[in-house]
Design a protein around this ligand. Structure first.
Ligand code: ATR
Length: 291
């Protein structure tokens, strides 16, 4: 049998960590498979979907800007992909394309497994209102939280995300800006803070900054920064100084990747192999972008 080829597509793709952690999973499972990065400019993503349909590619991870186009190109969607309006994993069953979104499950699994945190009944704050925030807010809203506030630089994006999740999932999600009294107040009674903005990320808009006033952090918080470069962002550093618990973005990246692997192969990958490869790559500091 020929070597199976899996790929991540995006534009620009940068130095994505996905090929490193997925290849480690395939190797540890002793599967004859290669996982590659295919930089795919807008318009060319349909070619990749066609290659999956024909069996030339065995499965895809999809990242920016193709998650929405993938959503429309699938024959069927999982509940997660359907509610997020975005696909990050393409699976082929007998020539039929199925789209999943493992960001939602990857977030919840990493929160529960590595953060030892159950969002049920919790007060939570999510920073940011982009695609990552959408997955995080959906995940929290599906877990019967007590309250969720979405805080974002651009208020109308926070409001749009909050109202769309409220419409689909039920619990009323609040919205504010990043410097609002409402955010300070909600944080003081919260036990979970999740950052999905690119503030604090290597190569991002403000790599040396925390997205919010660090004095608003406190020791009863779990601070989860889904940014994984650097492994300790300025927000996580401030949280550590406050005595808060912290969780970095590699955990979510690995667990959403593990969920994709399971969809393609039917097997649970070796998380040790994936973390080992991911940490080694990050410490080599060779990565400059991508998912
Ligand atoms: P993703 O899909 O990865 O979530 P995105 O859609 O580009 O990426 O969202 C990036 C998030 O980081 C947004 O919430 C953005 O805020 P705006 O909606 O106001 O653009 C936030 N962000 C980016 N640069 C920022 C900055 N300098 N200060 C505060 N927030 C910032």
């Amino acid at each position: 049998m020929n070597t199976r080829i899996y790929a991540v597509i995006g534009w620009p793709l940068g130095h994505s960590l996905s090929p490193i952690i997925q290849q480690a999973a395939f190797d540890a499972a002793q599967l004859d498979a290669t996982y590659v990065a295919i930089p795919t400019p807008p318009g060319d993503e349909q070619l990749r979907f066609h290659e999956v349909r024909k069996g030339e590619l065995s499965g895809l991870n999809v990242t920016i800007p193709h998650k929405h186009a993938a959503f429309h190109a699938m024959d069927s969607l999982t509940e997660a992909a359907n509610s997020l309006g975005a696909v990050n994993t393409v699976i082929c069953d007998n020539g039929q394309l199925r789209g999943d979104n493992t960001d939602l499950q990857g977030f919840l699994d990493s929160l529960r497994t590595f953060g030892k945190f159950d969002p049920t009944g919790a007060n939570a704050v999510v920073l940011g209102a982009g695609g990552s925030a959408r997955a995080v807010v959906h995940a929290l809203a599906s877990s019967q939280p007590k309250s969720v506030l979405v805080a974002n630089r651009t208020l109308r994006r926070a409001q749009a995300l909050a109202s769309s999740v409220t419409e689909i999932r039920g619990p009323k999600i609040q919205a504010s800006t990043l410097d609002a009294d409402q955010l300070e107040d909600q944080l003081s009674k919260s036990t979970l803070l999740v950052n999905t903005t690119s503030v604090g990320m290597v190569g991002g808009p403000e790599p040396d900054k925390s997205p919010i006033n660090p004095s608003w952090l406190h020791k009863n918080l779990l601070v989860f920064d889904i940014v994984y470069r650097p492994t300790t962002t300025p927000l996580l550093h401030a949280a550590e100084l406050m005595g808060a618990k912290t969780l970095g973005g590699l955990e979510m990246l690995v667990l959403q990747g593990a969920a994709s692997f399971k969809q393609w192969t039917g097997e649970n990958p070796s998380l040790d192999a994936m973390f080992g490869a991911g940490r080694a790559a990050l410490s080599r500091n060779q990565l400059t972008g991508g998912s």
